[in-house]
Design a protein around this ligand. Structure first.
Ligand SMILES: [Zn+2]
Length: 122
């Protein structure tokens, strides 16, 4: 249902940032790292991930970045899908008024309960 392409690109960039942040967190965790190495998984280089993150940051809207960082500080997944008008981050139903906000092409929708950035499952 995401018809506005500019907004889709912004969401996609935030997604990529979220993915990198999760990978960086995993690569920085010595316990997790050693257990994965034991299983034979080679971890991508932390500095490579961080360089990719730096490049990505240049393409992200400053307001979107501030919003993302505020959420990512306390939650692993800052961006979650909505299904049946329910936020799949906190499982609280969204009021109809919040759902209609998505008609604003510049507005990223956030959950009124947990504050996560929301996107619509097709
Ligand atoms: Zn929520």
């Amino acid at each position: 249902m995401q018809s506005n392409s500019a907004l889709s690109v912004r969401l996609m960039n935030l997604f990529r940032l979220q993915d990198l942040d999760i990978l960086i967190r995993e690569a920085s965790d010595p316990e997790l790292k050693s257990s994965e190495e034991k299983m034979g998984f080679a971890h991508p280089h932390l500095d490579k991930l961080q360089a990719a993150r730096e490049r990505l940051l240049e393409t992200i809207d400053k307001r979107d970045l501030r919003l993302y960082q505020k959420i990512a500080k306390r939650l692993t997944h800052a961006i979650v899908p909505v299904e049946d008008r329910t936020c799949l981050g906190c499982y609280i139903g969204l009021p109809t008024s919040a759902v209609s906000l998505t008609t604003d092409p510049d507005q990223l929708l956030t959950c009124e309960n947990c504050g996560r950035i929301l996107y619509w499952l097709e």
